[in-house]
Design a protein around this ligand. Structure first.
Ligand code: ADP
Ligand code: ZN
Length: 699
């Protein structure tokens, strides 16, 4: 029995190996092919060139005679009657032949061809470069004018073909040209390897497989529970399609992952491939685009051809909006034929392959609204999986994943606390925080990573680098301090403003000072909450007005923010009595160019007036609050000037405890309560744009 088992084990192993070589990269295939049947390889040309050069070098040693100049030649050879023959070659140099019997003399010890064969006449002993044959002859005659007739040596001209030199002079340019051409062709065939010259139309998809690194599974993806459930089904399709097809169901062809950048869409797709143990083609939408017309479509064709060969498999197209954007209606305006051809080809291919061919396409985008409707219809990307920014509990799980590599953590690092400090962060941001914290700790030569390192990393990612040596005058600093103190005071005293974390006047990134809040991650925002938010944001400028009766440009960022809030309240959320319950929000994103407004001039005037009124009222309210609490405000401003950073505790000391509990505290309590009841949190699908809350108010 044991042996049988052993055998089957072996078989399995072999199977696995075979698998790898089939799925391995093209390159691998080439190598194995090469062993069976030596093919012409371009490397041979390099070899031939090298051999030719070596040969040329060897051949040319014939003219490597010791060189003498005229004077030495005249004095020590010619005048002593040692010269037997002078041969002028090609009119360029003279070969000097020394009489055999004289060669034994000391002065000829460096001569060449001393032992040359007398039968063949032997070679010359020296070489004398000459510029002009006529002058050389004249000089020779002049030097020999006292000689006897028999003693005289005359010039024998000789034409010698420099065979290799000639060949080289026309071969070399050709060789160089061929080499350059081959170099570029290899470049163009690029990552696909392969010897096809015109592979520009080949898909640029990167392929991952069991053989190459792709060790992502669902454990690496934290949070995203709903998305995971959906996507696990896809894994199931790939693993056991019969289960579904037997019942007459069709396997979906594609799923679209929609969500902000860095939320783990790519990660999720990789996990699918990793779990399903199928090949995974990964490419970006922009990979289809090239400057040549028709390339995109051809690449799509090639991609699907490759994928079908490897089926079952997954194709992952990142940033699909690069090609999938809605096709223009008016061909003369902003349309892009090449992109549309590529998209058409993609649609055709998705329709074309049979339902059960086992190729599933995953695509990611952060703008599903601008995608062409044709892509989203049933039978193509018929599933949309929403991947949202993580909430507190999901952030906690993501932190757990990314804290794993950091082995030396201080005891005070609390994952719950960190996830509360990072509202609005995506998974990628959290990964970045963990890495940055480790780097900060290393920079301080710390052996462990502390809580403060994490907080510094968060600050740095939100606000940019600290710039302590920015030059700021005392007056400017005072203005900044009172501005920030204004934000802090107003937000502390308003029920719905975001709870403050700290206020600094240390310049960071582009900001001169900042008030840091923990945004309430609300699912629904009320009008009162928005108004309080606007009021707190105007608190900076109001404080300048109240304290110095002067206002500054430092409020630019604040004003930009409140203007957007106010207009959103009026024209999107229907929160103004003057406009009523109208919303001009366009969730389809189709009306991108905004040439025409969906409302009349009159309405647009009303919108402007309503927005102005909101901001004006809140500005006055902020001033009121600050005037009533001027004593505390001044105290706060002075502490801030002195210490540069103040925390919520300092505000509590001045203004007393806030009477309202923050949303996250309330949520914590509810969760505690729910745990007892074993009840799930109310459904979170009704998400209203909660991006209105930003975590920093910068000056
Ligand atoms: P996207 O494709 O949505 O822009 P990625 O999938 O490329 O984002 O995510 C970038 C990185 O962020 C991942 O490599 C991973 O380290 C981290 N990350 C994002 N979301 C998560 C998550 N839910 N769990 C764990 N890590 C995550
Ligand atoms: Zn401000």
């Amino acid at each position: 029995m044991a042996e049988v088992n052993h055998n089957s084990d072996n078989k399995e192993k072999k199977e696995e190996n075979k698998d790898k070589s089939i799925f391995g990269k093209n390159l691998k295939n080439n190598i194995t092919k090469g062993e069976n049947k030596p093919k012409f390889s371009p490397y041979w040309i390099y070899g031939i060139i090298a051999v030719v050069f070596i040969m040329l070098n060897l051949m040319s040693t014939g003219s490597d005679l010791p060189i003498v100049d005229w004077y030495k030649f005249e004095d020590t050879m010619l005048k002593t009657h040692d010269v037997s023959r002078i041969v002028v070659v090609n009119g360029k140099y003279a070969e000097i032949y020394i009489k055999k019997e004289k060669l034994t003399e000391e002065k000829y010890k460096n001569a060449a061809n001393k032992e040359s064969n007398p039968l063949t006449g032997g070679g010359a002993q020296y070489k004398l470069p000459i510029l002009d044959v006529a002058i050389f002859s004249e000089k020779l005659d002049e030097a020999q004018k006292d000689f006897n007739k028999e003693e005289r040596v005359s010039v024998i001209p000789e034409d010698r073909k420099d065979f290799f030199g000639d060949i080289l002079s026309w071969l070399l340019p050709i060789i160089i040209l061929v080499a350059i051409w081959m170099f570029f062709m290899r470049k163009m065939t690029g990552a696909n390897g392969g010897n096809q010259i015109f592979s520009i139309g080949k898909s640029k998809a990167k392929m991952f497989d069991k053989g190459n690194k792709l060790n992502v599974d669902f454990n690496d993806v934290a949070g995203l529970e709903e998305a995971k459930i959906e996507i696990k089904e896809i894994v199931d399709f790939l693993k056991s399609p019969e289960k579904y097809t037997n019942l007459g169901g069709k396997i979906p062809k594609g799923a679209l992952l929609v969500g902000p950048p860095g939320t783990g869409k790519t990660l999720l797709a990789k996990a699918v491939a990793g779990e399903a143990h199928v090949p995974f083609f990964s490419l970006s939408g922009s990979d289809f685009v090239e400057m040549f017309v028709g390339v995109g479509a051809s690449r799509v064709r090639d991609l699907f051809k490759q994928a079908k060969e490897k089926s079952p498999c997954i194709i992952f197209i990142d940033e699909i909006d690069a090609i999938g954007r809605a096709r223009g209606k008016n061909p003369n305006m902003g349309s892009n034929d090449e992109r549309e051809n590529t998209l058409n080809q993609l649609l055709t291919e998705m329709d074309g392959f049979g339902d059960n061919s086992g190729v599933i396409i995953l695509a990611a985008t952060n703008r599903a609204d601008i995608l062409d409707k044709a892509l989203l219809r049933a039978g193509r990307f018929d599933r949309q999986i929403h991947v949202e920014l993580p909430d507190v509990t999901e952030r906690e799980q993501i932190f757990k994943v990314h804290l794993k590599p950091l082995v030396h953590l201080d005891a005070d690092v609390d994952i719950k606390f960190l996830s509360k400090q990072t509202p609005g962060f995506s998974g990628a941001d959290i990964a970045n925080v963990c890495n940055e914290a480790a780097l900060i700790a290393a920079r301080r030569d710390n052996k462990t990573v502390s809580k403060q390192d994490f907080l510094n990393a968060v600050d740095r990612i939100v606000g940019g680098l600290e710039k302590r040596n920015k030059i700021i005058t005392k007056d400017e600093k005072r203005t900044i301090a009172y501005h920030e103190a204004g934000h802090a005071t107003v937000s502390w005293l308003l029920e719905f403003a975001n709870p403050l974390v700290k206020v600094t006047i240390i310049p960071r990134g582009k900001a001169l000072g900042a008030a840091w809040y923990l945004p309430e991650e609300r699912q629904i925002t009320t009008k009162e909450q928005m108004l309080d938010e606007i009021c707190a944001t105007l608190g900076g400028r109001a404080s300048e007005q109240v304290n110095f009766q002067k206002i500054s440009s430092g409020a630019l960022n604040d004003l930009e923010k409140v203007t957007k809030y106010a207009y959103a309240m009026v024209s999107y959320y229907g929160m103004s009595d003057k406009i009523g319950n109208l919303s001009f929000f366009d969730s389809t994103g189709q009306n991108e160019y905004g040439f025409t407004k969906p409302y009349s001039e009159k309405t647009s005037e009303k919108i402007d007036a309503a927005a102005q009124e909101i901001i004006e009222q809140q500005y006055l309210r902020a001033q009121d609050i600050l005037n009533q609490n001027k004593e505390g405000l001044i105290k706060l401003g002075d502490i801030l000037l002195e210490r540069e950073v103040i925390f919520a505790e300092d505000l509590e000391a001045i203004f007393g405890k806030r009477n309202w509990e923050s949303r996250s505290d309330a949520l914590d309590k509810e969760i505690e309560k729910d745990k007892n009841d074993e009840k799930l949190l109310s459904d979170k699908t009704e998400t209203i744009n909660n991006n209105l809350t930003d975590s920093v108010n910068i000056t």
